[in-house]
Design a protein around this ligand. Structure first.
Ligand code: GLC
Length: 651
């Protein structure tokens, strides 16, 4: 085959040794299926090897490990249902499937959207009305009982939460959605599992094999050394990064909650376990894996133990496994880190384009909230202009709200570049969105106060942070109207920036903060539950009632989604380039597409603004047409006038 010639000598030697283990694993497959597997193996083997060698290559059993890994992939490939094999083949031919302008994501906790996995099928009309093509289901894999970090403390990676249904239900859901062109995404939590997971239980019972799945220390010497440079992720809930278990007289690495034990990726056995879990769900029809908390997967003394080079090796290796055995599957990395680190989750340097397909655009989200509060887009322009370039094969996940809190990822350097003090600006944002700032329309709450850095992250629903809850409380039509426009500007931005828009359940209806979590002892500590309300199906009905708040929002969102789907310029393989127009309230970016230029223009203030029409002419838009409003733009005395919170998509 052709690819073999491109192998390094080392990879070639390992590849040759694999042939023995391949034969039995591929037994029973048709000649064509065998060929397809071998072509994919050859195509991605070098990537796989390059990811694994730096991590496990020094081990005497490395070739044995590789052969078990390839055997595992082959056996899951053999069991892969025919329709999924067909999808694999389709995606070999259309690797850009998740980059299309037609992609629209929707995200929810299963139990908060429907009563069960099966129940989702009864709500398909709603999803189809919204044009959804990608569905991220949260808390579907079996979490531990009691407190479980919103499902991110996994008890059994291969089981569905019984309260919601069975593995078969999930498989059936994936199939039904696939037939309708909707891809299912679930979480695979890579950094930690629940302390009640079987592996952890065996480790607690003293089994050495499973103790090696975690990071354990007999005394405080090393933990204290690590702590010197480790940040605290949940300083309120779980100060420090280690927890002591007297049963085994060991300190266990617990970055997040005490009940979440960090997994030890230096152990090749763990790598095999996780690959098997991913293959298992891929064969059930899951099409996207959201790889949770990936930044933390590798620990290194003297660092913050985030974004270490080995993380990218491991993610590249995991990505290669999917490419080989379940080619239809895409990987989304959940890394809420600074731009320079974030870009590495798509792959830079030797990992270029090989690490993951999708990553969250955290900065866009933060800058939206920052510019909304200050009515000033200069920091946004500065930050996003400086953003590193991305490979053309990837996609951002663009969002304004999600199930997590908002951390003010604004660097001192970016702030200083536009004459702001970073610390004071971050403080202002926390004050503003927690509602402490005089005159703020926002109703949010502080999540995790860090006394050392004085950081205060923020919880709150889109509607409540944008002022809608307050407006409704005061029955103030002006504030309600403004809040709706602010929210719709957010939707236009996430749909029009060049990413898969990830619509967070209920925001399209303006669901406010929900305080019911306070009555549940397992949730009460974590105020992120305030922005995870159950779907309000009564409100959803009102989306067709003209003039209602729900209809103004929902229909507004719908028209943005529809505009997105008819705008090929939004295909994600083309990048957005932020333009510095010097305008303090307006945010502008350009997208270059073979069909011509696209200009995105957003007014972040409650006052009308104007921009020079020269901006369009400079970019060869001589008769600008607004895709959102569906009409040609009027130029008056050389200016384009923008309404408060206006957004234009000009082509
Ligand atoms: C991810 C999840 C978040 C969770 C954390 C730790 O960031 O989105 O909800 O708390 O991982 O598991």
């Amino acid at each position: 085959m052709q690819n073999l010639r491109l192998f390094s000598a080392q990879a070639k030697a390992s590849f040759d040794k694999l042939q023995q283990s391949l034969k039995p694993a591929l037994k029973g497959l048709t000649k064509r299926d065998k060929e397809l597997f071998l072509i994919r193996l050859e195509r991605y083997f070098q990537n796989l090897f390059d990811g694994l060698y730096p991590i496990y290559g020094h081990r005497p059993d490395f070739d044995g490990f590789l052969s078990r890994l390839v055997g595992l992939m082959a056996s899951y490939y053999r069991e892969r249902p025919e329709d999924l094999k067909a999808l694999d083949f389709e995606r070999d031919l259309t690797p850009d499937w998740f980059q299309r302008e037609t992609m629209v994501g929707y995200v929810f906790y299963v139990e908060r959207f429907a009563d069960s996995i099966k129940g989702i099928l009864d709500k398909l009309d709603y999803l189809e009305e919204l044009g959804v093509t990608y569905l991220h289901l949260m808390k579907v894999i079996k979490p531990r009982e009691g407190e479980n970090d919103g499902g991110y403390a996994v008890l059994d990676y291969r089981a569905v939460d019984e309260a919601l249904g069975t593995e078969d239900d999930l498989e059936e859901l994936c199939r039904s959605l696939r037939e309708r062109g909707i891809s299912v995404c679930i979480d695979v939590v890579l950094n930690h599992c629940a302390k009640d997971h079987d592996w952890a239980k065996k480790a607690l019972a003293g089994e050495k094999k499973y103790q090696d799945y975690f990071y354990m220390f007999p005394d405080r010497t090393l933990p204290d050394e690590y702590e010197k440079t480790l940040p605290e992720i949940f300083p309120d809930f779980a100060p420090g990064n280690f927890s002591y278990y007297k049963e085994i007289k060991q300190w266990v690495w617990t970055t997040f909650y005490e009940f979440q034990w960090d997994l030890n990726w230096t152990n090749p056995e763990l790598f095999l376990e996780i690959v098997e879990i991913m293959l298992y769900w891929a064969n059930k029809g899951v099409e996207v894996f959201r790889l949770d908390a990936v930044a933390f997967m590798w620990k290194r003394l003297g660092t913050n133990s985030q974004n270490q080079m080995e993380v990218f090796d491991l993610l590249q290796a995991l990505r290669s496994c999917s490419r080989i055995a379940t080619a239809a599957v895409a990987h989304k990395a959940e890394a809420i880190v600074s731009p320079d680190d974030l870009i590495k989750y798509f792959g830079v340097g030797k990992h270029h384009g090989k690490v993951s397909n999708i990553a969250y655009h955290n900065s866009l989200m933060v800058q939206y909230w920052s510019a909304m509060a200050s009515r000033d887009t200069r920091l946004m322009t500065q930050t996003l202009r400086e953003f590193p370039r991305t490979p053309s094969s990837i996609a951002w996940g663009t969002y304004i709200r999600c199930h997590d809190d908002i951390g003010w990822a604004v660097t001192d350097e970016d702030a200083a570049a536009v004459g702001l003090d970073g610390f004071l600006h971050r403080k202002f944002l926390s004050d503003y969105y927690s509602g402490e700032f005089e005159g703020s329309p926002a109703k949010g709450a502080v999540f995790q106060f860090n006394p050392v850095t004085q950081d205060r992250r923020i919880s709150g629903s889109f509607a409540s942070l944008a002022g809608l809850e307050k407006g409704q409380g005061l029955a103030d039509p002006a504030l309600i109207g403004q809040s709706i426009e602010r929210i719709l500007l957010g939707y236009a931005l996430m749909c029009g920036y060049g990413g898969i828009p990830l619509l967070y359940m209920g925001d399209e209806l303006g669901l406010s903060n929900d305080t019911s979590y306070l009555k549940d002892k397992d949730l009460a500590r974590d105020n992120r539950w305030m922005h995870r309300p159950p779907m309000d199906w009564k409100k959803a009905k009102k989306r067709h009632k003209e003039g209602s708040i729900e209809a103004r929002l929902f229909q507004g969102v719908l028209s943005i989604v529809r505009a997105r789907k008819r705008t090929p310029h939004l295909n994600i393989s083309y990048e957005s380039l932020v333009l510095d127009t010097g305008h303090p309230h307006v945010f502008v970016y350009r997208r270059m597409h073979p069909l011509g230029t696209f200009l995105g223009i957003y007014n972040f203030s409650e006052h009308s603004q104007r921009i020079s029409a020269e901006l369009c002419y400079e970019h060869h838009l001589f008769e600008p047409f607004d895709q959102l409003a569906e009409h040609f733009v009027t130029v008056t005395d050389g200016y384009i006038y923008l309404k408060p919170y206006d957004r234009l998509w000009l082509i």
